[in-house]
Ligand binder design. Structure first.
Ligand code: FMN
Length: 272
C-alpha cells in the first residue's frame, strides 16, 4: 500500500500534491494534518510520483522506490524549440558502425533515460536484454536468416522478399543486423496488452537519447519478428519465463556523419 512521507518542516500546505495526484488519492493538508493518502484509496495509487515531482518545497516522497529523488534545479533540462527540432529531425537510422564496442556503463547511462518513459498506468513493464558481444549479434542475425528460410514459399507477407535477403546474407552482406556490434531487446510480461506500446515508447526513448551519447541506432525489424516467433532464437536469447519479446534495436558507434536532413512527406493534419 502506498503512503507518502511529508516533512512537516518543509511542507507549505500549498495543496498542489493533492491537485496533481493522477488518481485523486491525496487529501490536502489542513491546519491539523499534513497531506496524506486516503486509506480507502491507497490501493489505487499508481505511484506515478507526480505528487513528489510537483512539490515546490521538496517536502514529499512516495514511500515506494529505493532510488533517490532527484531535485530539478530551475531551468534544468529546458531546450530551445529550434534546438529540439534540429535534434529530432537529425535523428537517422544508422546502418554502418565502427568496430569499437560501446562500453556497458555508457549503455546503462542511455538506458537510464528509459526508466522515465510513459507507461500505461505507470506499469513500467519493460525489461531489457542487451546483446553486447558482437559474436552473439552475428549468431542472432544467422538465426534470423534461418527463420526466414522456414518462410520461403509460405503465405507469410514477406515471403517474396526473403530470397533477396537470404541471398545477400549468403554473399556476406549482413542485411539483418548491419554489422552492428550490439542489439537491444525490450521484453514485456505475457498477457499485458498495453505493454507492447510501453515497450515501443521505451525503445523510442533509447533511440532518441542515444545520439546525444554519440551512439547510433536502427530498429531491428527482422530480428524482432524472428524473436517473437522462432524458438531457436528465443532459446539463444534466454528470455525469462512469463515474458515475451516486444521489439529490438541495433546500436553501436556510427561510422559516418550526417550532414543534412532528408526530405519527408508533408504534414497531414485534420482539425476538428
Ligand atoms: C519498426 C521499424 C523496423 C525497422 N526495421 C529495420 C530493419 O530491420 N533494418 C533496417 O535496416 N532498418 C529498419 N528500420 C529503419 C527504417 O528503414 C527507417 O526508420 C526509415 O527508412 C526512415 O529512415 P530514418 O530512420 O533514418 O529516418 C526500421 C524502422 C522501424 C520504425
Amino acid at each position: 500500500m502506498t503512503t507518502i512521507l511529508v516533512d512537516q518542516d518543509l511542507c507549505t500546505w500549498c495543496g498542489i500534491c493533492s491537485v496533481v495526484c493522477s488518481m485523486g488519492v491525496i487529501d490536502p493538508a489542513d491546519e491539523n494534518t499534513l497531506p496524506k493518502v486516503q486509506e480507502a484509496k491507497a490501493g489505487i495509487c499508481i505511484r506515478c510520483g507526480h505528487c513528489e515531482a510537483h512539490c515546490p518545497s521538496q517536502a514529499l516522497l512516495v514511500n515506494d522506490r529505493p532510488d533517490e529523488k532527484v531535485p530539478l534545479p530551475a531551468g534544468a533540462g529546458t531546450i530551445a524549440p529550434g534546438e529540439m527540432g534540429f535534434y529530432l529531425k537529425k535523428r537517422r537510422s544508422v546502418r554502418h558502425f565502427t568496430k569499437d564496442p560501446v562500453p556497458k556503463e555508457k549503455i546503462l547511462e542511455v538506458l537510464e533515460n528509459t526508466r522515465y518513459a510513459a507507461s500505461g498506468g505507470n506499469g513500467q513493464p519493460v525489461e531489457w536484454i542487451v546483446v553486447h558481444d558482437p559474436k552473439n549479434v552475428q549468431k542472432i542475425a544467422g538465426l534470423t536468416i534461418e527463420w526466414m528460410k522456414t518462410l520461403v514459399n509460405s503465405a507469410h507477407p514477406m515471403s517474396g522478399y526473403l530470397p533477396v535477403l537470404i541471398g545477400a546474407w549468403e554473399r556476406g552482406n549482413d542485411v539483418i543486423c548491419r554489422g552492428a556490434p550490439h542489439l537491444l531487446f525490450a521484453t514485456i510480461p505475457e498477457g499485458n496488452p498495453i505493454a507492447v506500446t510501453d515497450a515501443i515508447i521505451a525503445l523510442t526513448h533509447f533511440d532518441v537519447a542515444a545520439p546525444a551519447y554519440g551512439i547510433g541506432t536502427c530498429w531491428a525489424g527482422f530480428v524482432a519478428m524472428a524473436a517473437s516467433s522462432y524458438e531457436p532464437l528465443q532459446k539463444e536469447l534466454g528470455i525469462p519465463a512469463g515474458r515475451k519479446f516486444a521489439y529490438a534495436m541495433m546500436f553501436g558507434n556510427p561510422q559516418y556523419k550526417i550532414y543534412g536532413i532528408p526530405r519527408r512527406k508533408m504534414l497531414a493534419v485534420s482539425w476538428l
